[in-house]
Design a protein around this ligand. Structure first.
Ligand code: WTA
Length: 666
C-alpha cells in the first residue's frame, strides 16, 4: 500500500500541500538557527528559577554539547507544581490515569494529589539520607508510585536509574554496581497478566551479589499487592517505604538544578557486553520530551491554561513500560510537563484477553494511543473481531515506536483500529536521542506506511555514505543515518565512560552524531529505517546487544564459544539465534539447550530468551580466527542463495553442517 491509497479527507486533521509547505519552511528555519529556535521554546515552555545566559555550546566532536547551562530549574516543579498554580490552575484535573492488571483496578490522580504524594516521597528519601546527585535505582511495577518516585528524585536533585521490571537479578546488580547506586526503590510484588512478579525477592538476590555488597545502603520497599516473599530487615537494609512515606509532611521545596545537571540515567545495550548508562539532563531533556509530545501527537492546544469541559481535550495513552525510554519521555515527563493527563498501564495487551487495549480505548475514551509494532502484529493475528467489538471512535492519533513497522501491520492499525480516520505517527528515535527525532506530524505532514517520514523541528538529519562518511546530497539516498547539529534532548555522556560515548556516537563519522541505524531516503525526502548496522538486536522493540547474550552463554561452563545473530521473526521483528561450541568432552543434549536458554534468562531477563540455540562442533572462522557473523546471519535466516564467498573460511565444510542443523531445528 502507498500513501496515495489513503483517502486524504478521511484522515483526522489531514495533511495538505499547504501544511507540508509550512512544515518545510518551519523546519528549515529551525535548523538554520538552532540556538534561537530552542532558546525561544525553553523560555516560553519551561519555568526557570534563574535564566540561562546561552542556549547551546560545545561540539559533537569533543562530546562537549551543553544546553541552557547556567539556567536553574526544577523538572518536578515544571511537571507538577506549576500546573496547580495560576495561570494554569489545573490542580483538580487528572494527571495520572492508572489501570492495573485487572481492568477494574483504576485510579485517577489529580495534579494536586500528585504534588502531595511526590512531596511525601521526596521527604521520605531525604529523611533516609538521599542527597542531591545520588543515584537512586528504581525496580518497580507499572504503578503510580513509579512515576511519583521518579518525580520525587527530580524534586530533590537525585538522579534516577530505572531498571525495567523484566530484568534479572544479575542485570540489576550490574547496573547498581556501574552507577554505584546506594539507594534502591522497589515494591514487594507486582502483577502482570494475572501473575505475581516477586520484585523484592529479585532485588534481594541482586543486592546480595558480591559487586553490590557495601554499595547499597537501603532498599525502600513499597507495599505491593501480594505476599512479601522474602525476609525483611535482616541487615537493616529494607525500609517499609509505604509506611515511611505515609508519615511524611506533604510539602517539600524543590532543589534548584542547573540545566545541565543530570535528571536520570538509563541503561541501554550496545555492541559490547556491558550496558551503558546514558545520562540525560534536566533542562535540555525536559524541553525536548515536552516539545515532541505536544507536536508529534498534535496536543499543542493543551499547553495553555485549560478551559473547563474543553471538547478537544485529549485522553493520551502510551502503553509502554516506564522502564524504557519510551515510558520516561512519553508516559512520565512529556505528558506531565505539558500539563495533560497521562495513562499508566500495568498489564499486558493479552490479559484477560486480546481485546484489552480496545476495551481500554472504549472505557477511557482514549484519543491518542501509542504502542509498538510488535504489539500490533501480535494482536492482528487474532483478527478483527476483538477491535470490532468496541467503540474506538474516540481515537484521533495512533502512534508506533521502537522498530520499523511493516506495511501490513501499519494498514491493520490504520484501517481496523483507526477506521481510516486517524493519523498514524511512526516515531523514530532512541534512548540516546531523548525524544522523537523523525516522525510525521498529525495534520501537518503526510504518512507513508513503513516510513518514519520527516525530521522533527530542530533536527538536521543526513544520510552518510558508510564507507566515505560523506553526506549524500541527492534526495534519494541509501546509507547510514546521522544528525548534523546538537539538539537539547541528546544524551550527554555514558556514566563513568565518556570515551565510550565518543567512540560509539561521535567518532565513527566526525562532526556528526551516528545513530547506529541504516536508512534509505526516497525521492520525496522521506526516511525509511533499514535496521541497526551494529551488533544490536531489536527483539519486540527491546534493544539487546548480541555481545550481552554471548557473554551470558560463555559464562556457562559447558560453553566454549558463542556467536549470536538476529533472525527475522513474524511477531517480534527479530528473534535471537545462538550458535555455541561446547567445552571439550561435553555432549550435546536437549537438556543442555534448555539450560543455556535458562542461563540467558537469568543473566539478562525473560525478554532476551533465545529463539534458537544451535550446538555445533565449530563456527565459521576466517583464517585469522574471526567468527564470520555475516555467514551465520544468512544461515540462521535460511538465506542460502546469498551466502557469499565461503572459501576464505579456515574450514568451509562447517557451513554445510550448520545449514543442516538449522534446518532440523525449524
Ligand atoms: C529502532 C526506542 C524504525 C532503531 C525508542 C533505533 C525504530 C532503536 C523506530 C532504538 C521506528 C526505534 N522505526 N526503527 N519508528 N523507533 N527504532 O533505544 O533501530 O530502545 O536505533 O529506543 O530502535 O531503541 P531504543
Amino acid at each position: 500500500m502507498t500513501n496515495t491509497d489513503i483517502e486524504p479527507e478521511a484522515v483526522y486533521n489531514p495533511s495538505t500541500a499547504a501544511s507540508l509547505a509550512l512544515y518545510k519552511s518551519a523546519h528549515s528555519a529551525s535548523i538554520k538557527d538552532i540556538s534561537s529556535y530552542w532558546s525561544e521554546l525553553a523560555k516560553s515552555k519551561l519555568h526557570w528559577f534563574a535564566p540561562f545566559p546561552t542556549a547551546v555550546t560545545g561540539s559533537f566532536q569533543e562530546g562537549s554539547v551543553s544546553w541552557f547551562a547556567g539556567g536553574k530549574l526544577n523538572v518536578c516543579y515544571n511537571a507538577v507544581d506549576r500546573y496547580c498554580l495560576p495561570p494554569f490552575n489545573r490542580g483538580n484535573e487528572v494527571a495520572i490515569i492508572w489501570e492495573g492488571d485487572e481492568p477494574d483496578a483504576i485510579k485517577r490522580i489529580s495534579y494536586h494529589e500528585l504534588q502531595l504524594s511526590v512531596c511525601r516521597i521526596a521527604n521520605a528519601l531525604k529523611a533516609s539520607g538521599v542527597q542531591k546527585g545520588d543515584v537512586v535505582t528504581l525496580y518497580m511495577p507499572m504503578v503510580p508510585e513509579l512515576a511519583m518516585t521518579m518525580l520525587a528524585c527530580a524534586r530533590i536533585g537525585a538522579v534516577h536509574s530505572v531498571i525495567f521490571a523484566g530484568f534479572s537479578a544479575d542485570a540489576i546488580a550490574d547496573r547498581i554496581d556501574d552507577a554505584k547506586s546506594k539507594w534502591v526503590v522497589t515494591a514487594s510484588v507486582g502483577s502482570r497478566g494475572g501473575r505475581n512478579l516477586p520484585l523484592k525477592t529479585i532485588c534481594d538476590a541482586a543486592i546480595k551479589k558480591e559487586r553490590c555488597v557495601g554499595v547499597v545502603q537501603k532498599v525502600f520497599v513499597f507495599d505491593g499487592n501480594g505476599p512479601n516473599g522474602s525476609e525483611w530487615d535482616k541487615e537493616d537494609i529494607h525500609v517499609r517505604f509505604s509506611d515511611l512515606v505515609h508519615a511524611q509532611w506533604p510539602v517539600c521545596s524543590c532543589e534548584w538544578m542547573d540545566a545541565e545537571d543530570p535528571l536520570f540515567i538509563l541503561y541501554t545495550s550496545g555492541s559490547t557486553g556491558r550496558p551503558k548508562g546514558l545520562v540525560h539532563t534536566s533542562g535540555g531533556y525536559s524541553l525536548y520530551a515536552m516539545h515532541t509530545t505536544a507536536n508529534s501527537f498534535g496536543l499543542s492546544q493543551q499547553t495553555g491554561p485549560s478551559s473547563p469541559n474543553d471538547p478537544h481535550k485529549d485522553v493520551y495513552a502510551c502503553v509502554a513500560d516506564a522502564g524504557w525510554i519510551t515510558g520516561h519521555s512519553y508516559i512520565v515527563y512529556g505528558p506531565l510537563l505539558n500539563g495533560i493527563s497521562t495513562f499508566m498501564f500495568e498489564s499486558t495487551p493479552m490479559y484477560p484477553d486480546h481485546g484489552r487495549y480496545w476495551d481500554m480505548v472504549q472505557r477511557h475514551k482514549i484519543t491518542v494511543f501509542y504502542t509498538a509494532p510488535t504489539a500490533i502484529r501480535s494482536l492482528m493475528r487474532f483478527g478483527d473481531d476483538a477491535p470490532n467489538k468496541y467503540d474506538l471512535s474516540s481515537l484521533k492519533v495512533l502512534g508506533t515506536v521502537g522498530e520499523p513497522i511493516n506495511p501490513a501491520a501499519w494498514k491493520w492499525y490504520f484501517d481496523v483500529i483507526g477506521k481510516g480516520k486517524c493519523a498514524v505517527v511512526d516515531t523514530y528515535w532512541q534512548t540516546e536521542t531523548g525524544g522523537h527525532v523523525i516522525t510525521n506530524l498529525p495534520g501537518v505532514t503526510p504518512m507513508k506506511p513503513g516510513s518514519c517520514t520527516l525530521p522533527c523541528y530542530g533536527i538536521e538529519v543526513v544520510v552518510l555514505d558508510p564507507a566515505s562518511g560523506q553526506e549524500i546530497d541527492t534526495t534519494a539516498a541509501e546509507g547510514v543515518l546521522a544528525i548534523k547539529q546538537p539538539w537539547p534532548g541528546m544524551a550527554r555522556t555514558c556514566l563513568g565512560d565518556h570515551q565510550r560515548y565518543l567512540n560509539v556516537y561521535m567518532k565513527p563519522y566526525p562532526g556528526y552524531y551516528f545513530a547506529g541505524d541504516g536508512c534509505r531516503r526516497d525521492e520525496d525526502g522521506f526516511i525509511w529505517i533499514t535496521g541497526r548496522v551494529d551488533d544490536v538486536l531489536n527483539v519486540s522493540g527491546h534493544r539487546i546487544g548480541t555481545a550481552e547474550v554471548e557473554s551470558a552463554l560463555v559464562a556457562h561452563p559447558a560453553v566454549a564459544q558463542a556467536a549470536v545473530v538476529g533472525i527475522p521473526h513474524e511477531i517480534k521483528g527479530q528473534g535471537i539465534c545462538c550458535f555455541t561450541t561446547l567445552t571439550e568432552g561435553v555432549p550435546e543434549s536437549e537438556d543442555l539447550i534448555k539450560e543455556l536458554r535458562n542461563q540467558v534468562r537469568t543473566s539478562i531477563g525473560p525478554f532476551a530468551t533465545p529463539d534458537m540455540i544451535v550446538l555445533t562442533a565449530a563456527l565459521p572462522m576466517t583464517r585469522s580466527g574471526k567468527i564470520m557473523r555475516r555467514i551465520l546471519r544468512k544461515v540462521a535466516a535460511g538465506e542460502l542463495d546469498t551466502l557469499g564467498d565461503t572459501t576464505t573460511l579456515s574450514d568451509p565444510s562447517v557451513v554445510d553442517i550448520l545449514i543442516s542443523k538449522v534446518e532440523n531445528l525449524r
